[in-house]
Design a protein around this ligand. Structure first.
Ligand SMILES: [Zn+2]
Ligand SMILES: [Zn+2]
Length: 191
């Protein structure tokens, strides 16, 4: 079994890079609990996530400081709330550990006792009915919902509420932009 662990691509990457940063399969992980479970991790396409977040911030600043003051003061406040919700929820969804399910301690030799679909040989864990091994992330995710390319990682047990907040944030920003632009075009056509 020790040989299997050494040949395991998920495990070998953990042991090579140390405790403060670890690449667990395709995920870049930071800040670890004492049991080795990462608190934060970025997906394989992390540069796209930074770029999209910067895009949200630039659009937000453009609206809050250039377009909204020409409409009304209350528009500025609503804009700050909507864009803050979007950027914070997007960052938290993209950075939090989605629920990586992996034998971090490495001391349970479960492979000898269990086989079939419920055991993942790469992650060396017994999968619950809601746990799915994601091919893009390369690890098992607890309470797997889907792999979201927009945040470059899975939506699972630990980041699903941030993801729901992100959907609400997107809706708020969309409604806010449409309302602001239509109000502005009506007031400027009166002038
Ligand atoms: Zn797995
Ligand atoms: Zn995934």
């Amino acid at each position: 079994m020790e040989n299997t662990r050494k040949n395991n691509p998920v495990y070998s990457r953990i042991s090579r890079v140390g405790i403060k940063y670890a690449k667990i399969a395709n995920l870049h992980c930071f800040l670890f609990k004492k049991n080795g479970v990462p608190l934060l991790c970025a997906g394989p396409n992390w540069s796209f996530v930074i770029g999209l977040n910067l895009f949200f911030i630039i659009i937000g600043l453009l609206f809050i400081f250039i377009i909204c003051p020409r409409v009304s003061q209350i528009d500025v406040i609503i804009g700050i709330i909507a864009f803050t919700l979007l950027v914070v929820s997007y960052t938290m969804t993209a950075l939090s550990n989605p629920g990586i399910c992996y034998n971090f301690s490495g001391d349970q030799d479960l492979g000898h006792h269990l086989s079939g679909e419920r055991y993942c040989e790469l992650c060396e864990v017994v999968k619950k009915s809601t746990t799915v091994h994601c091919d893009e992330c390369g690890v098992c995710i607890e309470e797997y919902d889907h792999h979201c390319p927009w945040v470059s990682k899975c939506i699972g047990k630990n980041n699903k509420w941030f993801f729901y907040a992100l959907l609400i944030g997107l809706l708020c920003v969309f409604v806010f932009i449409i309302a602001t632009l239509s109000f502005k075009s009506r007031t400027s056509s009166k002038d």
